[in-house]
Ligand binder design. Structure first.
Ligand code: ATP
Length: 261
């Protein structure tokens, strides 16, 4: 697989997602664009949370991709992106998906990659449809820790466990090589997703689910926390929670999943 989209490399920017969002809003995007920054000075996660990255130790890039689907038909997109990133990591590290699973790689609903229960990467999706009939442009931001996870953890006040790809391969893969493998995988998966939606990826996603059958708490979006046993996802990518004898579906918005010990 090789990348077909326009590739842009910059030494420094605030946020590659913001750069591409500005161009989308100005009507300047025509073909898919992947933009990588050596250094992001204001990398962001969801809801304005910060994404920290040291140049050399992190892969941070955004891909602007046009979908024929309307925004409401893109449910499950962040889950599909997680699957596509895993394929790219497997290729770049020359490891099989079984080897990655054995090493503790998982997906955390709706938008994180975990390695050995530590956060390895995050996915931030923004964008939309300017007007009816236009393509839906989604700006997909991806941050992956390559090495020196302890330096990132030391600068986070959340106290969460952080891991990096150097746990998988000695020295972690070359940033450029990993970037190109992930983009090529994303282009392939996103084109397929545009045709068939999340449904056909559901079972594949469940194979990587970090918290299946575990007690979890869903919080955020200004609502009361919701507790239950995680039961994977449905065909729209909604998280299924078992509560007593019923199953409730939680749709991704700005909600966070936490394990209940
Ligand atoms: P949650 O874990 O609550 O679901 P989230 O997945 O929505 O959060 P994001 O908003 O995507 O998290 O990412 C921002 C959060 O990720 C920050 O609040 C911080 O805790 C954590 N974080 C920031 N930089 C890194 C990094 N390089 N590696 C791992 N985690 C990071």
């Amino acid at each position: 697989m090789t990348a077909n989209c326009i590739l842009e490399r910059v030494t420094e920017t605030k946020s590659t997602n913001d750069d591409l969002l500005v161009r989308w809003r100005a009507g300047e995007l025509i073909d898919p664009v992947a933009r990588i920054a050596h250094k992001q000075t204001a990398g962001k996660g969801r809801a304005g949370r910060a994404w920290l990255a040291n140049p050399e130790d992190s892969l941070c890039f955004s891909l602007a991709f046009p979908f024929k689907r309307t925004p409401s038909e893109l449910s499950g997109l962040s889950l599909l992106v997680g699957l596509a990133v895993i394929v790219g990591i497997a290729q770049a590290c020359d490891l099989s998906e079984a080897e990655l699973q054995a090493a503790g790689l998982h997906l955390k609903w709706p938008n994180d990659l975990l390695l050995n229960n530590g956060k390895l990467g995050g996915i931030l999706i923004e964008g939309g449809q300017a007007k009816a009939g236009d393509p839906t442009w989604m700006i997909i931001g991806i941050g992956i820790n390559l090495r020196n996870a302890e330096m990132i953890a030391a600068n986070l006040d959340s106290g969460i466990k952080i891991n990096s790809l150097s746990l998988l391969t000695i020295g972690a893969p070359d940033i450029e090589y990993l970037w190109l493998k992930i983009i090529a995988s994303l282009e392939h998966h996103l084109a397929e997703f545009d045709l068939q939606g999340f449904k056909s990826y559901k079972d594949r996603w469940m194979n990587w689910d970090a918290y299946r059958d575990q007690s979890v708490c869903i919080s955020g979006a200004g609502k009361d926390p919701v507790y239950g046993i995680a039961k994977g996802v449905d065909e729209t990518g909604a998280l299924l929670l078992q509560q007593d004898n019923k199953i409730v579906a939680i749709h991704a918005g700005d909600v966070s999943l936490r394990i209940q010990s």
